[in-house]
Design a protein around this ligand. Structure first.
Ligand SMILES: *Cc1c(COP(=O)(O)O)cnc(C)c1O
Length: 456
């Protein structure tokens, strides 16, 4: 069975794929014409296509395989758990050892004031759960009028109705009915939207768009503000240093809960355990997913502050929310094995003190390239802006076509680099060595050179 699956030719796979498989976030017609790229195997920080070509995975899968591939201890932990107890639920007052142990281990690495966790199977479901928790919290706290949620333009919070409503992507909103109680404010994207302002002044202005929106809606009606500490899918947007302290001040001043979406920033990506730690802000809810299992099993959840958990745990009756696979034993086993590696190998502090600064220093060298208007990043997240003119920050066509070219050239050079419009982004596995970081930079530069040869 397994061998028949792996011995088909790439064109056989492509034909079957085109006939039967509807890919996520894809233009089905264009994909049918091009044929998809078949990835068959992975090891370390490399993926291999069906022809055996090695490609450096500069995006850690979809931001999730932070420890790279071939982590045998995670695979073994999942297998052992499937043999011991493949499934049981935590409804009806039941529980099982892996879900209890994982809750405790997550509380250990989370900020001190967060000691409770609710599990889901994805980041989108974690954000759905945040909406359910918010309503429940404010009802029990005696402020039931607080029902509106504020998010940001160009945010990404997932693809369920709640996740995509919280997200601020216009091209997604056009394809469904968004939730009416979600409102959006400005993003702190200085390069595209800062104009002549200094970055720090722009950061304050972007934060104050939240306060203006709160004043407009009435603080008594606003439940929470949600934001990624560093926007990921929006283009690895690192806010100016002025931004987060002002956001926190505004939330506290108006008694509005702060949700930091840690689905990308969590588990060491920035060199701290969570993005909230990186910016020294204190959140009330922290949805997480992706790297918590190194991508080996689907798992997400919400870390809940003591302030919220204490209210939820009072005698308000049942919280009528949960998923069949909330706290799935095999997913919890994968997360426990992932936390073991992160802690035993000091991965987070290595990213903070050594490999992260090295990646950022080398990435910043790309700013000298004629196509590059800005480089930025934090920890193991990095972005660069493709421009036709550095001084005015002007784009080539402004339709994302330069980014798409650069992405294709990068793939041809043996590096997965993602394009968000004309912004190129990477989020490589945290285990990359200095030599592998050098290889990533060389390949990114080759992609830029090839793109320049086409555009200039
Ligand atoms: C990926 C992502 C999500 C959604 O997670 P899924 O597991 O795809 O549902 C939510 N928030 C952020 C910040 C993400 O990057």
């Amino acid at each position: 069975m397994v061998s028949s699956r792996t011995t088909r030719s790439s064109s056989d796979w492509q034909q079957l794929d085109q006939r039967h498989y509807l890919h996520p976030f894809s233009d089905f017609k264009a994909l049918g014409q091009q044929g998809s790229q078949i990835i068959s195997r992975a090891e370390g920080i490399y993926i291999y296509d069906n022809e055996g070509r090695q490609i450096l995975d500069g995006m850690s899968g979809l931001w999730c395989c932070s420890l790279g591939y071939g982590q045998q201890s995670i695979a073994a932990a999942v297998y052992a758990q499937l043999q011991e107890l493949p499934y049981y639920n935590s409804f009806f007052q039941c529980a099982h050892p892996p879900v209890i142990e994982l809750s405790q281990r997550l509380a250990e690495v989370a900020p001190k004031h967060m000691n409770n966790v609710f599990f889901t199977s994805s980041g989108s479901e974690a954000n759905d759960t945040c909406l359910r928790l918010l309503r429940r919290y404010w009802d029990l706290a005696g402020k039931p009028s607080k029902r509106l949620v504020i998010s940001r333009r160009n945010a990404y919070h997932g693809s369920t109705i709640a996740g995509a409503s919280l997200g601020g992507m216009g091209f997604m909103h056009q394809q469904f009915e968004t939730l009416s109680y979600v409102h959006h404010v400005d993003q702190p994207y200085w390069f595209d939207e800062g104009g002549d302002m200094e970055p720090e002044a722009f950061g304050l202005q972007a934060a104050r768009s939240l306060e203006l929106k709160i004043d407009e809606l009435g603080a008594e009606n606003v439940a929470a503000f949600i934001a990624e500490p560093i926007q990921g899918a929006g283009g690895v947007i690192v806010p100016p240093a002025s931004y987060w302290p002002e956001i926190e001040r505004i939330c506290r001043a108006h008694d509005i809960l702060l949700i930091t979406d840690e689905v990308i920033c969590g588990f060491g990506r920035t060199g701290e355990w969570f993005g909230a730690d990186y910016f020294s802000v204190s959140a009330d809810l922290m949805p997480f997913a992706k790297a918590v299992t190194n991508g080996y099993q689907p798992l997400g959840g919400v870390l809940v502050s003591d302030r919220c958990a204490d209210v939820l745990k009072t005698d308000g009756g049942e919280f009528a929310h949960g998923y069949t696979y909330s706290g799935h034993p095999a997913a919890c086993a994968a997360a426990l094995a992932t936390l073991d590696i992160l802690q035993e190998q000091n991965i987070v502090t290595t990213v903070r003190d050594s490999s992260g600064p090295y990646l950022q220093r080398r990435w910043a060298e790309l700013a000298e390239h004629p196509l590059v208007g800005e480089t930025r990043g934090a920890g193991f997240l990095a972005a660069l802006e493709l421009v036709s003119d550095k001084a005015s920050r002007a784009r080539f066509d402004g339709d994302g076509s330069s980014g798409a070219r650069c992405r294709d050239n990068s793939m041809a050079a043996g590096l997965v680099m993602r394009a968000v419009g004309d912004t190129m982004i990477v989020a490589p596995p945290l285990v990359a060595t200095h030599a592998q970081i050098d290889e990533l930079i060389d390949k990114a530069r080759a992609a830029l050179d090839a793109t320049a040869a086409e555009l200039i």
